[in-house]
Ligand binder design. Structure first.
Ligand code: SF4
Ligand code: SF4
Length: 198
């Protein structure tokens, strides 16, 4: 008989997020590696080392694709060196030549956002909560993934309070954004991408 992959289930709370203290270390590492692959999670022991910012800020100005005039080699349109970031953040390395893309990708495709805070990172994410410390010093739990994280880690699901994630360019997109902004039923500061609420 063909083997079928198991599915891991964990209890959730009233906010729909995982409410426990994580799983056993082997399960947690599997979950963490899944986030590294799907959402570019990275810390000192897991994920792509080029995607880890020891400062835990993950701002465009520290990314290998940032152009100091406020542009990006990969993402289309104006970006902010001091407020912006995206899922493709990569630390600077003079040995890593970048392509000047002929056609750039959209902000939406990159998961680009701008925060009113001093950066991104798990330490500023609304999905993080305090926890006991694991064997390598991670002392937070990610309520989206049910595993321990470092507060200097980050991933593409990061949700810092009042983060701007919609950058409409056409008249039609601007009209949709205006309607959504005036809808009192939509929770403030919750991403409209990733775990979409719209
Ligand atoms: S938009 Fe993304 S790829 Fe471009 S500089 Fe910012 S973090 Fe880097
Ligand atoms: S706490 Fe936030 S940024 Fe950190 S892994 Fe979880 S969702 Fe991603």
């Amino acid at each position: 008989m063909a083997q079928v992959r198991p599915i891991m289930h964990f209890p959730t709370g009233g906010d729909g997020l995982f409410k426990g203290e994580g799983a056993d270390p082997i399960q947690e590492e599997h979950l963490r590696m899944g986030f590294a692959k799907k959402f570019q999670y990275a810390d000192t022991h897991c994920g792509d080392p080029r995607a880890y910012d020891p400062k835990g800020d993950y701002l465009c100005r520290d990314c290998n694709m940032f152009v100091p005039n406020g542009e990006c080699l990969l993402v289309f349109g104006a970006i902010s060196g001091t407020k912006g970031s995206c899922r493709h953040w990569e630390n600077k390395d003079a040995g890593d030549a970048e392509l000047d893309f002929a056609n750039k990708i959209s902000k939406d495709m990159a998961g680009y956002g701008e925060t009113p805070l001093d950066g991104f990172g798990c330490k500023r994410c609304q999905y993080r909560k305090d926890a006991n410390t694991d064997s390598v010093g991670r002392d937070d739990i990610c309520k989206q993934g049910n595993f321990h994280v470092l507060d200097t880690a980050c991933c593409a699901l990061n949700n810092t309070p009042k983060m701007k994630i919609d950058f409409p360019e056409t008249a039609e997109q601007k009209a949709i954004q205006k309607k959504a902004d005036s809808d009192p039923t939509l929770p403030e500061g919750v991403s409209t991408w990733g775990w979409a609420v719209r």
